[in-house]
Write a protein that binds this ligand. Structure first.
Ligand SMILES: Cc1cc2nc3c(=O)[nH]c(=O)nc-3n(C[C@H](O)[C@H](O)[C@H](O)COP(=O)(O)OP(=O)(O)OC[C@H]3O[C@@H](n4cnc5c(N)ncnc54)[C@H](O)[C@@H]3O)c2cc1C
Length: 388
């Protein structure tokens, strides 16, 4: 006997997001890609529809939706051929303010983030010298009276030119004086509008896809002490705290990409005839698409499992990391199958395959690389010795 599957609780959100995305077809993204421009109209439409405030509680003007709803939003954006990278950070960065910010910070920022009056899109963690080894970061915030004076440098701070606020991770206790490896780092809300030209310099980095990532230089940049989030020295813990949500949401985006590639490849494989028959009749074409589909479904289940745990107030470290790994692998496998299925046309800009191919490759590296996820599983799930 068939058991009816539970209905997708977010099917209405998916339909509405898909309708919004229909206003931003491949041509829109292609034009921006050519000049590496920011999708301002797309981000405005998402903001006005309230999607970027999905996770902000209703008392602060947001929709107060669960993480699985945010995952459905981002997945749909990607499955429809759009790209959430221009604005996804707002969804998870605000969690740090929500969970660890003071009542004054929450009241000052969250309602304005919810309406779109303030954009919190920049997340300054990675530095050129320390890379993945975050606790070795060198940007230093020295306290002088009511102000922190920040000196140092960040790299790959995405959307810095299109954000009003940045969540910054900086060292406040020299590493050799810190109680432990992870202590002595602090999190700040930086008002980038006030800081730009007053100690903050932003330099865009041109990348293989349209991502609006930047290098940031801090030269005696002043941040009011009131903008410290939570306790001084505990910032690394606050950042870690938000990472499960971030990984689940990024996994959802890669699942969306995988769905887009699979649909595009399947449609083309049915319609393109070579040697008098559809190319999809060749198992050499069909099997890689079928395999990518199976990988995508596995990743999808892990995202659901992770969101389920998160929403139950548990810590889905294992699920979030595995979801990110499986999602990134599924989207890459689907991208490979899609470009191969399209033959030469996969390389033509007008098919959008090559653009999405470049975009989806990022998930193997950012926001955390596949190797570091495997290290997490080896160490924290399997109990193997730490490798670094
Ligand atoms: C387009 C883009 C946008 C980004 N946006 C942001 C952002 O908004 N904010 C932000 O803070 N950062 C951002 N990042 C940075 C991103 O998180 C890092 O690039 C990523 O974490 C890897 O760090 P890294 O580039 O310094 O590589 P490295 O740390 O130098 O590592 C290089 C390679 O070595 C591997 N490696 C390193 N150590 C080990 C180990 N112990 N075991 C096995 N393998 C290892 C890594 O997996 C990687 O493949 C972005 C990056 C890109 C490319």
């Amino acid at each position: 006997m068939d058991h009816p599957l539970p209905a997708d609780p977010h099917s209405e959100i998916r339909n509405e997001v898909a309708k919004l995305c229909a206003h931003f077809p491949g041509e829109y993204w292609r034009k921006l890609d050519q000049v590496r421009a920011y999708p301002t109209e797309f981000v405005r439409a998402l903001t006005e529809a309230g999607y970027l405030a999905a996770l902000i509680p209703e008392e602060y003007g947001g929709a107060g939706l669960p993480l699985s709803a945010a995952a459905a939003i981002l997945e749909t954006i990607h499955a429809e051929g759009c790209n959430g990278a221009a604005c996804h950070a707002q969804m998870y960065i605000m969690g740090t303010i929500l969970r660890h910010g003071s009542p004054a910070q929450k009241t000052a920022y969250l309602p304005k983030i919810a309406t779109g009056e303030l954009r919190l899109q920049a997340f300054g963690v990675t530095e050129p010298t320390s890379g993945t080894d975050t606790t070795s970061l060198r940007t230093f915030a020295r306290k002088e009276g009511d102000t922190y004076i920040v000196n140092g440098q960040k790299v790959w701070t995405s959307r810095a030119e299109h954000s009003d606020l940045m969540l910054l991770l900086a060292r406040t206790t020299p590493r050799e004086q810190a109680k432990s490896r992870t202590h002595g780092l602090s999190t700040f809300i930086v008002d980038m509008r006030a800081a730009l030209g007053h100690g903050l310099t932003i330099r865009p980095i041109r990348t293989m896809m349209n991502h609006n990532s930047c290098e940031l230089f801090f030269d005696n940049m002043e941040v009011p002490a009131a903008n410290l989030v939570g306790e001084e020295g505990s910032g690394f813990r606050y950042i870690l705290d938000g990472m499960n949500a971030e990984r689940l949401l990024i996994a959802a985006e890669s699942i969306g990409d995988a769905k887009w590639f699979i649909r595009k490849a399947t449609d083309y494989a049915k319609e393109r005839k070579v040697f008098g028959r559809p190319i999809g009749q060749n198992q050499g074409i069909a099997f890689p698409i079928a395999r990518a589909y199976a990988q995508m479904r596995a990743a999808e289940l892990m995202v659901h499992e992770g969101c389920h745990k998160f929403e139950a107030g548990l810590t889905p470290g294992e699920e979030a990391n595995i979801a990110k790994l499986l999602g990134a692998d599924a989207s890459w496998a689907a991208a490979e199958a899609c470009i191969q299925t399209h033959g030469g046309f996969g390389f033509a800009e007008e098919y959008d395959v090559e653009r999405k191919f470049r975009e989806t490759r990022l998930y193997q590296v950012a926001p955390i690389s596949t190797n570091l996820i495997l290290s997490y599983i080896a160490e924290h799930v399997l109990g193997l010795p730490r490798s670094y």
